[in-house]
Design a protein around this ligand. Structure first.
Ligand code: DC
Length: 211
């Protein structure tokens, strides 16, 4: 049985940095599920599909050949990685990721990947919906001010508040805290401190190093 460590939380909560560092320390693979939603969103925009046309979005996502590793995503053989943080993608990704078939495509990819290897997977619904049976779930958060500052420090004008509202209000797999998730507020902690805290709790839950 391969192990999944789920790291969920809102935009700019520090998920990606923490999940990547944690994966390195454990010798697990790191998976950024948001990158998959972003890549499919980029694909939708590239194809000129209107964002209200959910049927066309579903068809396009269903037909896409997706390959990924870490935060790198290829769609039908084309590397989408440099486009994943485009403003157009930031603005459209919450709408595209609300389409049930898009979620089914991403969930299938994540579950297939985790069948083959131990993975730290970050996202919005990894512990609550994609891998509900994993014993290793964390929900990491930070105050809105800290999250906004973190995005600004990355030189991005991300619409994090608007995305959080959409991601939390949607009916399918919304951003929620799984009842059995461990909560960590990262507002006053460094990436290293958060990752150490998660490692400490994982050991408490009986997780040994990779092997
Ligand atoms: O993690 P991120 O900010 O790059 O994610 C981009 C968007 O993708 C996010 O606003 C909502 C969607 N997403 C999702 O619906 N479910 C996930 N597991 C991960 C991301």
């Amino acid at each position: 049985m391969h192990r999944v460590i789920a790291i969920d939380g809102p935009a700019a909560s520090g998920k990606s940095s923490v999940a990547r560092l944690l994966a390195q320390r454990l010798g697990f693979e790191y998976v950024n599920s948001g990158a998959l939603y972003r890549a499919l969103t980029w694909h939708v925009l590239q194809n000129g599909v209107a964002l209200h046309n959910r049927e066309a979005i579903a068809r396009l996502a269903g037909a896409a050949r997706v390959q990924f590793h870490d935060s790198r995503v290829l769609i039908n053989g084309t590397d989408s990685t440099v486009h994943l943080r485009d403003n157009a993608v930031n603005s459209a990704v919450s709408l595209v990721s609300q389409v049930p078939q898009v979620r089914a495509v991403v969930n299938g990819l994540l579950r297939g990947y985790a069948r083959e290897r131990d993975a730290v997977i970050e996202g919005r619904d990894i512990g609550s919906a994609v891998f509900p049976a994993t014993a290793f779930k964390f929900y990491i958060d930070a105050s809105p001010e800290v999250r906004w500052q973190r995005r600004a420090a990355q030189g991005e004008h991300d619409t994090i508040t608007a995305r959080d509202e959409l991601d939390s209000a949607r009916t399918i797999a919304p951003l929620i805290i799984a009842p059995d998730a461990d909560l960590i507020d990262t507002s006053a902690l460094s990436i290293d401190e958060v990752s150490r805290e998660i490692l400490r709790r994982l050991h408490g839950k009986g997780l040994a190093q990779a092997g």
